[in-house]
Design a protein around this ligand. Structure first.
Ligand SMILES: *[C@@H]1O[C@H](CO)[C@@H](O)[C@H](O)[C@H]1NC(C)=O
Length: 358
């Protein structure tokens, strides 16, 4: 018998204090029922996601993380539903997806990986913006580069913080399709292994602009099929063999003028665009469906995605269509819709540092 059971037993027996102890016992009963419910939800989630743990200790630890995440998700969804029922804008919904048993720190370490550029690196851009005189009146009301065959299937960066490579590659794949008519899946792994100058550090993070510079300098990028993705840092083998052949090439890149969603639209109207974003918070990590409004997202940049279109939801909310690199089971088939026209830095910082290959 533990000390606390002894004390509890003593209280129950001491008459006047019996009522208080009974209330505490009832509270414990509710907590036990709640624990059983979370535990069975976790079991169901494990089966759904094919998750197994090393031992009971690891499982108990993961259950606690799952419980905390599920609580955040449930209260976010309840608040969104209440807002909608009150006639307001509910925004998006969250779900206990495949990341639900990871802590914030674990998630940031392996699933994001955007390096904020040093001031010098940011200033190194040419400053030219080729779409500066494009009239937005000439842009289509809505646009989806997938429908034009300029977007490859959703990829999964796995446990490697190289979102920057996936973001840059999707933009290059899109431009290559627009220029040549051919859509070829290109190699993120070549960037992870070979683009080691500057701030790009493979799975430890990097920058899209540096990736574009590498591709221009190297005379192009290998095809995914000849230099497949392995989700870990490796030795560069772009010199010879299958990795040597160039499947698509670019001249360089341009930055979209910062904090200007109009400029971003001018660019996206012409080609898929690499976008830095705040993707580390739980309201992005657990995104399920709907238009993500950005409240609570923050505009500090730590992740990268690719803008492949824009449009207006049935309730009139404008959105950007973003391709992510967390697999097709995340969000809306691997994509997220982010609110458009919120001004300045954009929802989740999307207007702060966008760029595209030329
Ligand atoms: C935009 O128009 C201005 C004024 O005519 C011109 O000087 C500038 O070169 C144009 N920019 C581009 C990218 O064509």
């Amino acid at each position: 018998m533990t000390l606390s059971t002894l004390i509890l037993t003593a209280l129950v027996m001491s008459g006047a204090l019996g009522a208080l102890a009974a209330r505490e016992l009832a509270g414990d009963g509710a907590a036990a029922a709640d624990a059983a419910m979370v535990s069975s939800r976790h079991e169901k989630w494990m089966a759904e996601h094919g998750r197994t743990y090393r031992d009971e200790e690891e499982k108990a630890r993961r259950l606690e993380v799952f419980r905390a995440n599920a609580k955040l998700i449930d209260s976010f969804n309840a608040a969104a539903k209440e807002e909608e029922e009150g006639g307001g804008w509910g925004g998006h919904r969250l779900v206990t997806n495949k990341f639900a048993d990871l802590t914030d720190e674990e998630f940031r370490a392996v699933r994001t990986g955007y390096q904020r550029p040093l001031a010098a690196a940011a200033a190194a851009g040419s400053g030219r913006f080729q779409y500066e005189n494009f009239s937005l009146a000439a842009a289509p009301q809505s646009l989806d580069w997938r429908a034009m065959g300029a977007v490859t299937g959703v990829k999964d960066q796995g446990s490697c913080g190289c979102c920057w490579a996936f973001s840059a590659v999707a933009a290059v794949e899109g431009l290559a399709k627009i220029r040549t008519g051919q859509l070829v899946s290109l190699s993120e792994q070549e960037l992870v292994d070979c683009d080691v100058r500057g701030v790009d550090e493979g799975c430890e993070g990097g920058l899209m602009d540096d990736a574009f510079q590498y591709i221009a300098r190297r005379g192009g990028l290998a095809a995914e099929s000849s230099y497949p993705y392995r989700a870990e840092d490796g030795t560069c083998r772009a010199g010879g063999g299958g990795g040597g052949a160039r499947a698509a090439s670019i001249r360089g890149y341009e930055d979209v003028p910062a904090n200007n969603e109009g400029a971003l639209m001018a660019a996206v109207a012409h080609q898929p665009v690499s976008v830095a974003i705040n993707g580390a918070g739980y309201i992005f990590r657990f995104y399920d469906r709907g238009v993500l409004g950005g409240a609570g997202c923050g505009t500090e940049l730590n992740h990268a995605v690719t803008a492949v279109g824009y449009g207006t939801a049935s309730d009139g909310t404008g959105y950007w269509l973003m391709k992510n690199s967390w697999g097709a089971s995340w969000g809306e088939g691997g994509y997220v819709r982010i609110r458009r026209g919120v001004g300045r830095e954009g929802a989740c910082g999307i207007a702060k540092l966008a760029s595209y290959p030329v």
